[in-house]
Design a protein around this ligand. Structure first.
Ligand code: SF4
Length: 353
């Protein structure tokens, strides 16, 4: 059962008020998919420059599939949630090899690709392939909870909002989904609403009940767990040591200054032992350079960085393996580092190290 009135109201509003975004009004599933991957957990304003730069370098799916992870991570550097980039790369390679380079419009085939969950699947199926598949991100979820006058985010209520959303997406399903995304970013926000300008107001229960901001109930944010970390600015002969994180995990495949998690980040003996065991390096730890704090989505890093000297007598500075590298400071831009490292590099500059 479709809701023609709501469908029409949303489309009228969308045609007049939609945001102008570089991935809008195009008919290229690759670009639409990429934009949705980048937009997960990330603000539109942050994504736009990354998207443009990526498309300039990789205009087609095949150009991604034929690239390599290091180059792609470098372009993704600073956008966070790096598994999105790794999965997108793997998915493009699978499409190149198994689907002749054409993104499958069959939902089961598309859903089997790495990194494709219900949201990406719904967004790509509806926007790129015009299929009536619901996509629910944070904005759409909030609107639907309010529209139905539901306060608790129970499993049962989540199913109800999906069922209701399906009744909205008859004509132009991709545009309906995007109209809700735009409504959520401008009219029906978490902490403010402009119900007088909203095309849903005539039948929105939260509005009709009089207190739209009470829907749904917001959970109190938990404070982030902390990790104490020691990092080393390890140098010898004008080169500094960088190491690559193992694949997998949120930051897998990125480069960083050597660092370890400790209970007390003023005690450097564990750091020294760790670098000896991992890389067979003998360190002399000199002065502490300073501290930085960096928060990721699930934890906060308190990093103390120390000036260290590599006093190993035999070391191949030209070693070009995939685990450690000795680089000049001016080569930093050639590698993808997570954000905490850029804060550390700034600290080094500030302290003239
Ligand atoms: S009427 Fe108000 S509460 Fe309901 S969806 Fe629109 S902006 Fe949100």
């Amino acid at each position: 059962m479709y809701n023609t009135n709501i469908n029409n109201s949303l489309l009228l509003w969308y045609d007049k008020h939609k945001r102008q975004l570089p991935w809008r009004d195009i008919n290229d599933p690759y670009k639409i998919w990429l934009s949705e991957v980048m937009l997960q957990q990330t603000q539109v304003n942050t994504v736009v420059p990354y998207y443009k730069k990526w498309i300039k370098n990789y205009p087609t799916l095949l150009s991604v599939a034929e690239s390599n992870m290091d180059d792609l991570l470098k372009l993704w550097e600073g956008l966070g949630y790096y598994s999105r980039c790794r999965n997108f790369f793997k998915a493009c390679q699978i499409i190149k090899n198994d689907y002749c380079g054409i993104i499958p419009s069959n939902i089961n085939e598309f859903n089997s690709l790495p990194g494709v969950g219900p949201y990406i699947s719904g967004a790509v199926m509806s926007i790129a392939f015009n299929k009536s598949v619901p996509a629910i991100d944070g904005n759409i979820s909030r609107i639907m909870f309010r529209y139905l006058g539901l306060r608790n985010k129970t499993k049962h209520n989540k199913k109800r909002i999906i069922s209701k959303l399906i009744t909205f997406i008859k004509l132009r399903p991709g545009d309906i989904i995007q109209s809700l995304m735009d409504l959520g970013s401008s009219i029906c926000k978490s902490y403010s609403v402009k119900c007088g300008e909203c095309p849903l107001s005539h039948s929105c229960k939260a509005f009709l009940h009089g207190f739209p901001l009470k829907y749904p109930i917001q959970k109190n944010k938990k404070s982030l767990p902390k990790k104490n970390i020691i990092a080393g600015f390890v140098q010898k002969n004008d080169k500094m040591l960088i190491v690559k994180r193992k694949d997998g995990g949120a930051l897998g495949g990125l480069w960083e200054l050597p660092m370890i998690i400790v209970s007390d980040n003023s005690n450097t003996s564990l750091f020294k032992t760790s670098l000896k065991n991992k890389y067979n390096l003998n360190l002399k730890i000199n002065n502490k350079i300073g501290d930085i704090i960096h928060s990721f989505s699930h934890y906060r890093m308190n990093i103390a960085i120390f000036n260290c000297e590599n006093v190993s007598t035999r070391i191949d500075y030209s070693s070009n393996n995939n685990i450690i590298k000795w680089i000049n400071r001016k080569e930093i831009d050639n590698y993808a580092f997570h954000k905490a490292n850029h804060k550390l590099f700034e600290l080094l500059e500030k302290n003239n190290v």
